[in-house]
Design a protein around this ligand. Structure first.
Ligand code: PBG
Length: 332
C-alpha cells in the first residue's frame, strides 16, 4: 500500500471560513485609530473642493462643526486642523502663525467649546503663514534658519495650547524644537498638552496636493524643503531623529509620508517601542482616488487594506483623509 502524500502543514485550515479568519487575525483597524486632517477656510458658510484631492472639502469652522458631530458619532475622535490662510496675511516673519485670533486658534476654540470630547491635534509649522512657503524664517540666501524659527514655533505652539489644543504637532523639522516647545508649555502651565512630533518627516514629493489645499504651492514655487526635511535615502537617521525628539519631551512620534515609509514605522516601533503614528499623505490619497475613479481598484477594500497595513507595520494610529469613509466602512 502506498502512503498518501499530503502537505506536512496545512496553513489553509485557519483560512477556511470567516469566523476562523477573524479568530486568528493579528491586527485590527478601529475608528479610534484614525486622525482626520481638516482644511479650514476663513469666514462663515464657506465650502470649497480641493481639485487634486477628490472628495476632500475645505470648510469654514461653522460648516465643520456639524461634520465633526457626525464623525464623533462614527468613532473618530481626533481632528487635525490646517488653515487656508489668505495671501494678505502671509508674511516673511509668519506673524499670523501665533495670532490668538488666527484661523487655527479660532477653530480650536470653537470646536472644543462645542465638543469637549474631541481631541485637537494642531500643526506647528510656519508654511501656511510665510510669503515664501517655507516652514521657517529664511535668511538673505533663502536658507531656513533654525534657532530664530524655533522661537516663532514656541509662540505658535503656545497660542494653540492657550486656545485649547490637546496636542501640538510640530511638523517643521527644525532642530531642538521639541525641547523648546515643551519648555514653554511647562512654563506656562500647559503640563498636559501632548506633543506629537513629526520626527521622521521626509522631503517628499507626495505632499503636492496638500500644498494646493492650503494654498502654499504657489508660494514655494520651484523650491524644496530638503535642507530640513529628511532624505528619502535614509533610515537610521529617522531612528536618530525620533530618539532625540523623545528625549526632548515628545509623547508620540510621526512618520510621514506613510505607505512608502512603512519600513520606518516598523523600525520605530520595534526598536524604540514608543507611540508611533503615520500620515497617509495627500499624494497617497490622490493616487488611490485616481485609481478608484478609473475603476482600476476596488475602493472600499483598498481603503481598509491600505490602513490595516499601517497597523501591521506597527503604527498605533493613522492620519488619513480616508478617515470618514473608513469609519463608515468599519461600522458596516
Ligand atoms: C507642512 C505640512 C505638509 C503636510 C502637512 N504639514 C507639507 C509640507 O511639508 O510641505 C503634508 C500633508 C499631506 O501631504 O497630506 N508643515
Amino acid at each position: 500500500m502506498t502512503q498518501a502524500s499530503f502537505p506536512a502543514r496545512r496553513m489553509r485550515r485557519l483560512r477556511a471560513h470567516d469566523a476562523l479568519r477573524g479568530l486568528v487575525a493579528e491586527h485590527h483597524l478601529k475608528a479610534q485609530d484614525l486622525i482626520y486632517p481638516i482644511f479650514v477656510l476663513p469666514g462663515t458658510n464657506q465650502a470649497e473642493a480641493v481639485p487634486s484631492m477628490p472628495g476632500v472639502m475645505r470648510r469654514s469652522v461653522d460648516l465643520w462643526l456639524p461634520e465633526i458631530e457626525k464623525l464623533l458619532a462614527l468613532g473618530i475622535r481626533v481632528f487635525a486642523p490646517f488653515p487656508v490662510t489668505p495671501a494678505e496675511l502671509k508674511s516673511e516673519c509668519a506673524r499670523e502663525a501665533y495670532n490668538p485670533e488666527g484661523l487655527v486658534q479660532t477653530a480650536i476654540r470653537q470646536i472644543k467649546l462645542r465638543f469637549n470630547e474631541a481631541v485637537i491635534m494642531s500643526d506647528v509649522a510656519l508654511d501656511p503663514f510665510t510669503s515664501h512657503g517655507q516652514d521657517g524664517l529664511v535668511d538673505a540666501s533663502g536658507y531656513v534658519v533654525n534657532d530664530a524659527t524655533v522661537e516663532v514655533l514656541q509662540q505658535q505652539a503656545l497660542s494653540h495650547a492657550e486656545a485649547g489644543a490637546d496636542m501640538v504637532a510640530p511638523s517643521d523639522m527644525m532642530d531642538g524644537r521639541i525641547g523648546a516647545i515643551r519648555q514653554s508649555l511647562e512654563q506656562n502651565g500647559h503640563v498636559n498638552t501632548c506633543i506629537m512630533a513629526y520626527s521622521a518627516k521626509y522631503a517628499s514629493a507626495y505632499y503636492g496636493p496638500f500644498r494646493d489645499a492650503v494654498g502654499s504651492a504657489g508660494n514655494i514655487k520651484g523650491g524644496n524643503k530638503k535642507a530640513y526635511q529628511m532624505d528619502p535615502a535614509n533610515s537610521d537617521e529617522a531612528i536618530h531623529e525620533i530618539t532625540l525628539d523623545i528625549a526632548e519631551g515628545a509623547d508620540m512620534v510621526m512618520v510621514k509620508p506613510g505607505m512608502p515609509y512603512l519600513d520606518i514605522v516598523r523600525r520605530c516601533k520595534q526598536e524604540l517601542q514608543v507611540p508611533t503614528f503615520a500620515y497617509q499623505v495627500s499624494g497617497e490619497y490622490a493616487m488611490h482616488q485616481a485609481a478608484f475613479a478609473n475603476g482600476w481598484l476596488n475602493r472600499e477594500a483598498v481603503i481598509l487594506e491600505s490602513l490595516l497595513a499601517f497597523k501591521r507595520a506597527g503604527a498605533d494610529g493613522i492620519l488619513t483623509y480616508f478617515a470618514p469613509e473608513a469609519a463608515n466602512l468599519l461600522q458596516s
